[in-house]
Design a protein around this ligand. Structure first.
Ligand SMILES: C[S@@+](CC[C@H](N)C(=O)[O-])C[C@H]1O[C@@H](n2cnc3c(N)ncnc32)[C@H](O)[C@@H]1O
Length: 330
């Protein structure tokens, strides 16, 4: 039984507002209509109103987090990850060793709470090899691996088992887009399925998008059509074999970008900007990379001006994924 204020239907809306104002409305139950009256649930008796005790239906509240519905022993709850990635209609989660026996239950809980998610995979190791692809283990839902992800007004089709893609870089990609100028030539050295390239194509005169992974270029070609952009040239190649004279160069290969600095500095136009990505320790995330940028510039006899440095996300314990923007002049 629940306490409810009994009012005539025509007074209902006015009284409901008054009850909200008084902090008395009980939102856990539904309002009921009965013989010309409304029964509005309240948390406590309210002076000036007729209060009755009635049976009311509970409001169904949808859980916000998979943690609210997952069924695991209480002592293991502290190991539940607080976040996971959603790429299109696929969720990817890192499950700690303590919870490996409950991976199917965790995957099922994600599907129950996130209605758009149709498949869940768990990370089976770190991002590997030249193509930077992750080993994934299916834990719940349909066994789909291809999906369409939407970010920054761009649609990106991709297969999570064949190409690299991280939805966590969406803000960074938008930041680079905002820095870009109309009419530039852009060289996206490690383009993947095109999240930087397709966005930048909205401002650039031409974007040259290179990747060594044939699957990345196949999806990039599909994404060019999907987004109806006409000014991207996909290039399937090792980037060291391609040099595009560009006003803006994107070097999104954090693990190995330093090895390609010389190549980028040889390709950039005078006054052009390089967006460099790397991994660095918490204590001094930029130091090693800035030193390396200056070393390479010195060797080539060009000047570099650091325009900005920022931490993009945590990459591993005490390791950051960082970005450094710099201008090259000669
Ligand atoms: C970290 S991913 C970034 C992809 C994309 N920029 C994004 O934001 O999703 C790096 C990409 O570089 C590609 N790659 C690695 N070595 C390369 C090389 N030597 N030449 C061209 N592409 C390379 C990989 O295949 C991978 O798609």
């Amino acid at each position: 039984m629940v306490l409810a204020v009994k009012v005539q239907i025509k007074e209902g809306e006015k009284v409901r507002r008054k009850l909200i104002e008084l902090g008395a409305l009980n939102r856990e139950y539904k309002i009921k209509r009965e013989e010309g009256f409304l029964l509005i649930p309240v948390k406590f008796p309210v002076e000036g109103f007729e209060v009755v005790e009635v049976e009311l239906e509970r409001v169904e509240t949808r859980p916000n987090s998979y943690k609210d519905v997952v069924n695991i022993p209480r002592e293991l709850r502290k190991f539940l990850p607080s976040s996971f990635d959603i790429i299109g209609n696929i969720a990817i989660i890192e499950i700690p060793s303590e919870l490996q026996n409950y991976s199917n239950e965790i995957g099922g809980a994600i599907i129950r709470v996130h209605k758009s998610v149709k498949a869940v995979y768990m990370k089976g190791g770190s991002v590997e090899g030249e193509y930077r692809v992750r080993n994934l283990i299916h834990i719940a839902g349909e066994k789909i691996t291809e999906t369409i992800h939407r970010e920054n007004g761009v649609r990106l089709k991709l297969d999570i088992t064949k190409v690299y893609f991280s939805p966590r870089l969406a803000t960074e990609r938008m930041r680079v887009f905002k820095m870009a100028r109309e009419g530039e030539i852009v060289f996206d050295m490690f383009a993947g399925v095109g999240p930087f390239s397709i966005l930048l194509a909205k401002k650039a005169r031409m974007v040259f998008a290179c990747d060594i992974n044939p699957w990345a270029i196949k999806y990039l070609e599909e994404n060019i059509k999907l987004n109806k952009v006409k000014n991207i040239i996909p290039i399937l190649s090792d980037v060291t074999k391609v040099c595009v004279k560009a006003d803006r160069i994107i070097m999104n290969l954090p693990k190995y970008a330093s090895r390609f600095l010389e190549h980028a500095m040889r390709c950039v136009n005078n006054g052009g900007i390089i967006h460099y990505y790397g991994f660095g320790p918490e204590k001094d995330p930029y130091g090693w990379h800035v030193k390396r940028i200056n070393e390479v510039a010195g060797r080539l006899g060009v000047k570099v001006e650091i325009l900005g440095k920022r931490i993009i996300r945590n990459y591993a314990p005490r390791q950051y994924n960082i970005a450094i923007d710099f201008r090259v002049s000669f």
